[in-house]
Ligand binder design. Structure first.
Ligand code: ADP
Ligand code: MG
Length: 614
C-alpha cells in the first residue's frame, strides 16, 4: 500500500455547515438517537454504490457487504464502519466540508421557513448529526480501487483537518468520541434497539460488536418491500417512509404490492401528505429509487415514474431488468417504459378509489399535488381519461371541488360541451360577467385557476366524448329554443348601434356582436373559435413568448338598460364616449391593461361630474 503524501491541512467549514453544526450541538430537546440512523444510512448507500460499480468493474467487488457498529467502552468510543465505496481525498473535503446533498439541504430549507430547532430530531441532518453525541469525529476512508487512504477529523468547532492515513480496508470507518452526556450509547441493548427501530429495512446486514468483540447481526437485513404486507407494522412503514423521503409527515397513501405476469416487479410507494420542498426543482424531478433484484440502481436518472408523479416516494424493484448495463442504456430499455406505464395505472386507480371513498382527505391531496398531476395532461394522451377521472375543479355549482364525471352527470339534456372559465382568482371567477348567462340557466361552469390548466386544455381537448369549451368563446349561444324559433335572438333593432361600435372602436376589436350569454353586464370580451384563449394569451405575453395582445370580439348585451338606451340615442359625442368606456370596462374585467389611460379617466370623470351635477 502506498502512503499518500498529503500532510495535515486545517480547513474551515462552509458557512452553511457551520450553521447546521451550531444547531446540532447547541439544541437540547432533540432526539439524539437518530445519529445512528443517519450514519447507517450513509454506510448502506456507500455499499449500494460499490455494489453497483462492481457490476461493470469486477475488480471493485467485495465478497460480502457489511456494516458494523463497535463498542469501545474503555475509550468511550463508538466505531461505525462499512466496506462500501469509500471516499477519496477530494470527496472527503467535498462531502463532509460542504452541504451538497439532499437530507441536510432539506433540513436547512425547512429551518429557514420555520426557524424551528426541534426539527433536527425529526429530520436527521445526515453526517453532521454525529456531533449531537460526539465531541470529536474521525473519519478514515479508502475509496474502492484506490491505494491511499485519508483521515478527516473535527471537533465540530468550525474547523476540520484532513491528512493521509494508514487504513487497510476499503470503505469508511467513523469513530465517535462520545460526549459525557452521551455515554448511554455504549450500551449494547440501547444500540440494538435503535438499530431495529430505525434501520431494520436496510438491505445490508448491520452487526453490533460488543465489549468482548462478539458480533451479532441486529437488523433483519431483508428489504422491507420484499416482506409480506401482513408482517409489516404501521411503525415499520412509517420509519421506512421517513428514511427514504426525508419527510416528517404521515403518508397520504401507501402502495405496496407486486406486479406479476409479463413484467415482474415489487413496489412500495408513498404519496406524502405534505408538499415536498423540491416539488418544482428542475433537478429533482423523480424521487423513486429503482432496484434490480435488490441491488440499488438509480434514483433520478431512470424514468421509472413519469415526471408528473414526482411527488411519489419509495422504491420499485424489478426482477426482469438486466443488472450489468449502464444507467443510460437502462433508460432506453423498453421494459422501463412498460414498468412506468404499469405503475402509472396502479397509482391512478388507487387515487381514484381514495377520491371516491375519502373526498375530504383527497381535497387536501389535490390542493398539494393537483397542479403537478395536471402536467400529465399536457405531456401524454396515454393516461388522459384515467387522469381526468382523478382531477378536481371548483365550479359554479357549489363551494366544493368536483370531478368532471360529476359535472357530466349534472349536464343539461341539450348541453354538448363542458364549460370552463379560467383565471387566477376563484372569487373573481365566481362573479365574472362571462358566466352570468350560464348561472341563470343552471348550466355549470368549471373554474380553472392553475396556470397549467390553460395548457392541458389545449392538448386534451375532450373527455368521454364531451369537448372542453371556454365560456369566453363568442360563438356560444345560450338563447333558448323559443327565442330562436321566433327569430328574436337576431336583434335586428341593434344593427345601427353595432355599426356605431364597430366604427368607433375600429382596429381595437376583431368584431362587435350581440351576446347570447350575457345577463346583467352590458359587455364582455369574446374569443373567436380557433383563436387562443384570453388567459393563455396573457400568460404567453407575460413570459415574452407573444409580442402583443390579439384583438378580441366585443360582445354586447341587447337586454341591458344601458345598451337599450344607447341604441335610441343615435351618434352623439356622449354615445361615442360611452362606447369607449364600455370597451375599457370589458378589458378591465378580463384583467387586461387599458391602453388609452388618459382618455379613459377623462371620460370617466366627465361622467361622474355629470351625475353629481344632476
Ligand atoms: P446525504 O446522505 O443526504 O447525502 P450526509 O450528510 O448524510 O448527506 O452525507 C454527505 C455525503 O457524504 C454523502 O452524500 C456521501 O457522499 C458522503 N458519505 C457519508 N458517509 C459516507 C460513507 N460511510 N461512505 C461513503 N461516503 C459517505
Ligand atoms: Mg445521509
Amino acid at each position: 500500500m502506498k502512503k499518500s503524501n498529503k500532510n495535515q491541512e486545517v480547513r474551515k467549514f462552509d458557512a452553511e455547515v457551520a450553521k447546521v453544526l451550531n444547531l446540532v450541538i447547541h439544541s437540547l430537546y432533540t432526539n439524539k438517537d437518530i445519529f445512528l440512523r443517519e450514519l447507517i444510512s450513509n454506510a448502506s448507500d456507500a455499499c449500494d454504490k460499490r455494489r453497483f460499480l462492481a457490476q461493470s468493474d469486477t475488480s471493485l467487488s467485495a465478497d460480502e457487504y457489511k456494516i458494523s457498529v463497535k463498542i469501545d467502552s474503555k475509550n468511550k468510543e463508538l466505531i461505525i464502519s462499512d466496506n462500501g465505496i469509500g471516499m477519496s481525498y477530494d470527496e472527503l473535503l467535498e462531502n463532509l466540508g460542504t452541504i451538497a446533498k439532499s437530507g441536510t439541504q432539506a433540513f436547512l430549507n425547512e429551518l429557514d421557513k420555520k426557524d424551528n430547532v426541534n426539527l433536527i430530531g425529526q429530520f436527521g441532518v445526515g453526517f453532521y448529526s454525529s456531533f449531537m453525541v460526539a465531541d470529536k469525529v474521525t473519519v478514515k476512508s479508502r475509496k474502492a480501487g484506490e491505494e491511499t487512504a485519508h483521515q478527516w477529523q473535527s471537533k465540530g468547532d468550525g474547523e476540520y483537518t484532513v491528512e493521509a492515513t494508514e487504513y487497510e480496508a476499503t470503505g469508511t470507518e467513523i469513530t465517535l468520541k462520545l460526549r459525557k452526556d452521551a455515554e448511554e450509547y455504549l450500551d449494547k441493548h440501547r444500540l440494538s434497539h435503535i438499530i431495529t427501530t430505525y434501520s431494520d429495512h436496510i438491505t445490508i446486514p448491520v452487526e453490533l460488536i460488543d465489549e468482548e468483540g462478539k458480533p451479532a447481526q441486529v437488523n433483519k437485513g431483508k428489504a422491507l418491500w420484499m416482506r409480506p404486507k401482513s408482517e409489516i407494522t404501521a411503525e415499520e412503514y412509517q420509519q421506512f417512509y421517513k428514511s427514504i423521503s426525508h419527510q416528517v409527515d404521515k403518508p397520504f397513501l401507501t402502495l405496496h404490492g407486486k406486479a406479476e405476469g409479463k413484467i415482474e416487479y415489487t413496489y412500495l410507494l408513498f404519496v406524502p401528505s405534505m408538499k415536498p420542498f423540491d416539488l418544482y426543482h428542475p433537478d429533482r424531478m423523480r424521487r423513486v429509487k429503482l432496484f434490480v433484484r435488490r441491488v440499488f440502481i438509480a434514483e433520478d436518472t431512470v424514468e421509472i415514474i413519469p415526471r408528473w408523479l414526482r411527488f411519489l416516494r419509495g422504491v420499485v424493484d424489478s426482477e426482469d431488468l438486466p443488472l450489468n448495463i449502464s444507467r443510460e442504456s437502462l433508460q432506453a430499455n423498453p421494459l422501463v417504459e412498460k414498468i412506468r406505464k404499469s405503475i402509472t395505472n396502479k397509482v391512478l386507480s388507487e387515487l381514484k378509489k381514495k377520491a371516491e371513498k375519502e373526498p375530504e382527505e383527497y381535497a387536501v391531496f389535490w390542493k398539494n399535488f393537483g397542479p403537478v398531476l395536471k402536467e400529465g395532461l399536457c405531456e401524454t394522451l396515454d393516461s388522459k381519461d384515467p387522469l381526468l377521472e382523478v382531477c378536481r375543479f371548483y365550479s359554479s355549482a357549489g363551494e366544493n371541488i368536483t370531478g368532471v364525471d360529476d359535472y357530466i352527470s349534472r349536464m343539461k339534456p341539450e348541453q354538448q360541451d363542458i364549460y370552463y372559465l379560467s383565471g387566477e382568482n376563484l372569487e373573481t371567477l365566481r362573479t365574472h360577467p362571462q358566466i352570468e348567462g350560464f348561472v341563470k340557466r343552471g348550466i355549470e361552469v368549471l373554474f380553472f385557476t392553475d396556470t397549467v390548466d390553460d395548457f392541458w386544455v389545449n392538448v386534451a381537448h375532450d373527455y368521454k366524448g364531451k369537448k372542453f369549451k371556454s365560456v369566453t368563446r363568442a360563438d356560444i349561444d345560450l338563447s333558448d329554443r323559443d327565442e330562436k324559433s321566433e327569430g328574436k335572438e337576431e336583434h335586428k333593432e341593434m344593427a345601427p348601434l353595432i355599426e356605431l361600435f364597430r366604427k368607433e372602436l375600429g382596429e381595437k376589436v376583431k368584431d362587435v356582436v350581440i351576446s347570447k350569454k350575457l345577463e346583467s353586464s352590458p359587455v364582455c370580451l369574446g374569443v373567436a373559435e380557433g383563436d387562443m384563449d384570453i388567459r393563455m394569451e396573457k400568460f404567453l405575453r407575460e413570459n415574452r413568448q407573444l409580442p402583443y395582445a390579439s384583438s378580441k370580439i366585443l360582445e354586447i348585451n341587447p337586454h341591458h338598460k344601458l345598451i337599450l338606451a344607447l341604441s335610441e340615442k343615435g351618434e352623439t359625442q356622449e354615445v361615442r364616449d360611452t362606447i369607449n368606456l364600455l370597451y375599457d370596462q370589458a378589458l378591465i374585467i378580463e384583467g387586461e391593461a387599458v391602453q388609452d389611460l388618459k382618455g379613459f379617466s377623462d371620460r370617466l370623470n366627465q361622467l361622474i361630474e355629470k351625475s353629481l351635477a344632476a
